[in-house]
Design a protein around this ligand. Structure first.
Ligand code: BDR
Ligand code: CA
Length: 316
């Protein structure tokens, strides 16, 4: 018996990850939003619109609007100005809850301290929301049962700077706080989503088979937008889906073809490496030992993506 939450910055791949979890029938107790790909207002709207497409009414708690220190960055150059690649929005009446992400997470962890269900969380954006709670009340970390987190690198290949991946770079201090307390954590870094990206013809096949339902078209539009970005940067027709890979790993651990088991440090200073994740292979630090996906099973990932979206579409 756990409380399951998703913490997200409302980009294209975040939306697809959510659709997969909902399609898979995974019970999501609540969603917390954060700045990241877009500002937190837009991220929250994007999640509500995605939930409307899925016919899912899940509480959405708005979260952090700024990083722990320094200036906010965004990724509209990846996800488009609206964060969802200009997709057509559904009409609906969903609204964010009146509660903040901070209070929602804190309350679960406080209740866990008193014997209530512990928290399982998938984070697919900057780690600011969770870090704020842990910074204020460090003992509450004991209420976390499991974390799946998309972020960081396992071989030092950054996607924003040469050293840093986006989610970590958005708020390195927050990532450091979470990863220095991490219990039972699986990290899904940038590289497997790049190396095991979905070839364009595979994506075409998936959407051909999914047909013309509203959720399938919503996902297809966003994936097409993301593919264009892949073309621009990597000169190949590839669909890179980091957050859905994390969702897939949560749904089926066999998606993880190879794991590295070690502690992870986050660089918060540095001339070139702020936001870099450093793998402590030889146990030179106190960093808690976590599992890091080094390689994905692409065929399994494709099956889960198609299967969950098909299940979602079949309900329309
Ligand atoms: C991560 O950054 C965001 O752009 C994506 O949504 C994903 O969470 C990849 O670096
Ligand atoms: Ca994200």
């Amino acid at each position: 018996n756990f409380v399951f939450a998703v913490d997200t910055d409302g980009g294209i791949d975040d939306a697809i990850a959510l659709m997969m979890l909902i399609g898979a029938g995974r019970k999501i107790d609540f969603i917390t939003t954060t700045f990241g790909n877009v500002d937190v207002e837009q991220a929250t709207q994007n999640i509500l619109d995605t939930l409307a497409i899925c016919n899912a009414d899940i509480p959405v708690h708005k979260g952090a609007s700024d990083p722990t220190v320094g200036e906010r960055i965004d990724a509209v150059y990846v996800h488009g100005q609206d964060g969802l690649g200009g997709v057509e929005r559904p009409q609906h009446l969903l609204k964010p809850s009146g509660e903040t992400a901070h209070n929602a997470l804190r309350d679960v962890l406080r209740k866990a301290e008193l014997g209530g269900p512990k928290l399982q969380i998938l984070t697919i954006g900057p780690l600011t929301n969770l870090a704020e709670v842990l910074r204020e009340e460090p003992d509450l970390g004991a209420g976390i049962d499991r974390i799946w987190t998309m972020g960081g690198t396992c071989h030092g290949r950054g996607n924003v700077t040469p050293a840093a991946e986006f989610n970590i770079l958005c708020d390195p201090e927050a990532a450091k706080m979470v990863l220095s307390q991490a219990v039972n954590t699986t990290m899904i870094p940038w590289e497997p989503s790049l190396h095991d990206a979905l070839p364009g013809d595979v994506v075409d096949g998936i959407f051909d088979r999914l047909g013309d339902t509203i959720p399938a078209k919503f996902a297809e539009h966003m994936c097409a937008f993301m593919r264009q970005r892949g073309q621009t940067w990597y000169h190949e027709d590839l669909l890179i889906l980091p957050d859905p890979l994390a969702a897939a790993a949560l749904l089926d651990p066999e998606v993880i073809a190879r794991t590295i088991v070690c502690g992870v440090l986050v660089e918060t200073g540095g001339e070139f490496a702020r936001g870099a994740t450093i793998l402590d292979h030889e146990g030179k630090s106190q960093a808690p030992i976590i599992g890091i996906m080094e390689q994905a099973d692409r065929t399994k990932m494709e099956r889960i993506l198609e299967g969950t979206l098909a299940a979602l579409a079949s309900r329309h």
